[in-house]
Design a protein around this ligand. Structure first.
Ligand code: PLP
Length: 385
């Protein structure tokens, strides 16, 4: 039997994952500098409150609403502010599911979406599984990252349906500037495109410039349809709860929400306990985020202290998010370098190529990594770079 051509040809792990699995099977203790699962990074969660929120009376009641429960949407609207109303929101089980719904909403098989790169590597598959193509349009770095609006305009063809940006970006940390937002929404309006803005990391500004766009919701009436995605994975560092959402703004918003609700109605995938817990979990979120924010700052300071002793290595500014880009002399390919580090120092870093960074000379580290591991890992890899 033939499987869909939307799937990969094979499911072999890449060389780095294969080497990691082999070393772990051999019992090697690996220092993971890519740790991005907050539930495994040593944060103190308000455990009793989270358990209680997820086991209230609503666990036994089923009152499905394809947009998601009104109470949960009210809590999410209040979290965002910016005049967002509960009726502007639709709940999903994750942002990944949100992308699936939006790609179904916006495209026909063969259509494409443009993605300023580097960016979140899942877009290729999320688009492809809906019959669409995600086309990368390189951004460029000059003191800070910049979208290439001219290249985006040139890349927009008759089958382009949307542009997908991450604000702040993963892994570059780039926040859109207000000028970029104006250019992007103008381009989308002129070319009849939707603008998808993933703001899962919006609460994690670090070295953010003053002219940044803190959130796309700051624009109350954008000239193009805007779909903002976020969720508890990052807002409350609770990826296991599985709650995401889409906020809809701009021309045609009411009709877009109606169509999204039709799509969501075919799945009704957000569980009742999660919806019932949403307002409590959002109330608990700031205290959890504070720990994450402190970790990001401490690790960044540790990195700067280590860099001071290795002048051939530098880092790029971290405007926001959970990652940092380390620059090294490109004496070998990034993937070969991370394999070498893993084999020689039992330390895991990600190559820039995993995120479409241009050329070689970038490693991606997670600032979420527990402090001691981060510190020890840097000590191990720096002499080898
Ligand atoms: C840009 C971006 N969007 C979304 C997600 C994941 O969100 P979810 O768990 O809601 O699918 C991630 C996770 O790393 C991410 O980096």
């Amino acid at each position: 039997m033939r499987l869909s051509s939307r799937l990969p040809q094979g499911f072999e792990p890449n060389a780095l994952s294969a080497a990691l699995a082999r070393l772990r099977a051999e019992g090697r203790d690996i220092l993971d500098l890519t740790a991005s699962n907050p539930t495994r990074c040593g944060f103190r969660y308000p455990e009793a409150e989270i358990r209680a929120a997820l086991s209230g009376p609503a666990v036994l009641a089923y009152d499905p609403d394809p947009q998601g429960s009104r109470a949960a949407r009210e809590a999410i609207a209040a979290h965002h502010g910016c005049g967002l109303r509960p009726e502007d929101l639709l709940l999903t089980a994750s942002t990944s599911e949100g992308y699936g719904l939006l790609f179904k909403l916006l495209g026909d098989p063969g259509d494409e979406v443009l993605v300023p790169s580097p960016s979140y590597p899942l877009f290729d598959w999320l688009a492809r599984l809906e019959g669409l193509t995600a086309r990368a349009v390189p951004s460029y770095f000059h003191d800070r990252w910049h979208l290439d609006l001219g290249a985006l305009e040139a890349a927009a063809g008759p089958r382009t349906r949307a542009i997908v940006v991450v604000n702040p970006n993963n892994p570059t940390g780039h926040f859109l500037s207000k000028t970029e937002w104006a250019g992007l929404t103008d381009l989308c309006a002129r070319r009849g495109l939707a603008l998808l803005v993933d703001e899962v990391f919006a609460d994690y500004a670090l070295e953010a410039p003053a002219d940044r766009l803190p959130t796309a919701l700051a624009d109350a009436s954008p000239p193009c349809p805007v779909f903002l995605l976020s969720g508890l994975s990052k807002v409350a560092a609770l990826p296991q709860v599985k709650l995401g959402w889409i906020a809809v703004r701009g021309p045609g918003a009411a009709g877009h929400l109606e169509a999204l609700a039709f799509l969501a109605d075919q799945y009704l995938s957000v569980s009742a306990p999660v919806q019932a817990a949403a307002s409590t979990l959002l109330a608990l979120a700031p205290a959890i985020r504070q720990q994450v924010q402190a970790r990001l700052r401490i690790n960044l300071a540790a990195l700067d202290a280590a860099l001071a002793h290795h002048l051939h290595l530098t880092r790029l500014p971290v405007e926001g998010g959970w990652s940092v880009l380390l620059r090294r002399p490109a004496v070998d390919a990034d993937e070969a370098c991370t394999l070498r580090l893993l084999e020689e120092t039992a330390t895991l870093a990600h190559p820039g190529s995993f995120f479409d960074l241009p050329g070689d000379g970038h490693l991606v580290l997670s600032l979420l990594t527990p402090e001691q591991t981060f510190h020890d890992g840097l000590l191990r890899i720096f002499p080898c770079l």
